[in-house]
Design a protein around this ligand. Structure first.
Ligand SMILES: CCCCCCCC(=O)SCCNC(=O)CCNC(=O)[C@H](O)C(C)(C)COP(=O)(O)OP(=O)(O)OC[C@H]1O[C@@H](n2cnc3c(N)ncnc32)[C@H](O)[C@@H]1OP(=O)(O)O
Length: 223
C-alpha cells in the first residue's frame, strides 16, 4: 500500500514587510485592534458575535493559505544597530512587535521616539488590556517597560537581551487613557547594561517605575 501524496509544504518568506504593503498591513492591524477592544468594551448581540466568528474564521482560512512568514534575524543583526535614531524620530525595531509594532493586530501599538538620551513613548492601553477592573494588566505594563528600554540600546548601538526586569506599581494604570512611558540608561558595567524608566499620566503623575539589567550580546550571537 502506498501513502497518498502529501501536500507540499507552504513556501516560507524570510523578508521584512515590503514597503509597498506596510501601509495596508498597518491599516488591517489597526482595524483588528479596534475590533478587539470594541468587543471587550461594548455589549454585542449574540447574532453579531456569531457573524464575527464566522467571518473571522473564513478570513483566517484565506490568510493561512498564503506563504508562511518568518521574521528575518539579519534585520536585527545588522540594520537595527547601524544608525543612531534622530531627535524626535518615531522608532520601530520591527513593525509586528507586540508592544510597539503598528502592524501587530493584537499589540499595544506604543509609539516610541527619541528625546535626547531618553526614549519617550505615547501609550494607551485599550480595553482588552484590562487586568483588575479599570486597570491595565500588570504584565502589559511590564511589556511596555521592557520594550521601551530595548529602544534605549539603539542610542549606543548595543544589541542586548533583557536578563532581569523589575517593576514597581505605584498607582493604578488606567485603561483607555493617554499615558507616557520613558526609559534611559542608568549605567554600564562591561556587558551589563542597567536601564531605568517610568510610566506616567499625561499630567506627569507617576504610575510605575522600572529597572532592568540587559546583557549585551555580540552580533554574531544574535539568533
Ligand atoms: C531594539 C530591541 C528591543 C528589544 C526589546 C525587548 C527585549 C526583550 O524582551 S529580550 C527577550 C527576553 N530576554 C531573553 O530572551 C534573554 C534570555 N536569556 C539569555 O539569552 C541569556 O541568559 C543572557 C543573554 C541574558 C545572558 O547569557 P550569557 O550571554 O551567557 O551571559 P553570562 O556570560 O552568563 O553573563 C554575563 C553577565 O551578566 C549577568 N547575567 C546574565 N544573565 C543574568 C540575569 N538573567 N540576571 C542577572 N544577571 C545576569 C551574569 O551574572 C554575568 O555577570 P558578571 O559578568 O558580573 O559575572
Amino acid at each position: 500500500m502506498t501513502n497518498p501524496p502529501s501536500e507540499p509544504p507552504p513556501p516560507t518568506v524570510d523578508e521584512p514587510i515590503a514597503a509597498d504593503t506596510l501601509p495596508v498591513r498597518i491599516a488591517a492591524a489597526e482595524a483588528m485592534r479596534r475590533l478587539n477592544h470594541a468587543m471587550v468594551a461594548h455589549e454585542t448581540d449574540p447574532e453579531l458575535l456569531q457573524r464575527i466568528a464566522r467571518e473571522a474564521n473564513a478570513t483566517a482560512a484565506i490568510v493561512e493559505a498564503g506563504a508562511r512568514r518568518q521574521r528575518p534575524i539579519r534585520q536585527m543583526k545588522t540594520q537595527l544597530w547601524q544608525t543612531t535614531p534622530e531627535e524626535g524620530q518615531r522608532l520601530a525595531h520591527f513593525e509586528e512587535c507586540m508592544v510597539s509594532g503598528r502592524a501587530n493586530p493584537m499589540g499595544i501599538a506604543m509609539q516610541p521616539r527619541r528625546q535626547g538620551d531618553r526614549i519617550v513613548a505615547d501609550v494607551n492601553f485599550g480595553a482588552a488590556f484590562e487586568g483588575a477592573p479599570k486597570r491595565a494588566h500588570g504584565g502589559a505594563v511590564a511589556a511596555v517597560m521592557d520594550d521601551i528600554m530595548g529602544y534605549v540600546l539603539l542610542l549606543t548601538a548595543t544589541p542586548a537581551f533583557t536578563g532581569r526586569l523589575s517593576i514597581s506599581y505605584r498607582a493604578p494604570t488606567p485603561v483607555q487613557t493617554d499615558l507616557v512611558a520613558s526609559a534611559w540608561m542608568d549605567r554600564r558595567d562591561g556587558r551589563k547594561v542597567f536601564l531605568v524608566g517610568d510610566l506616567r499620566t499625561a499630567e506627569g503623575d507617576l504610575i510605575a517605575e522600572a529597572d532592568a539589567l540587559f546583557v549585551a550580546i555580540p552580533r554574531e550571537r544574535l539568533t
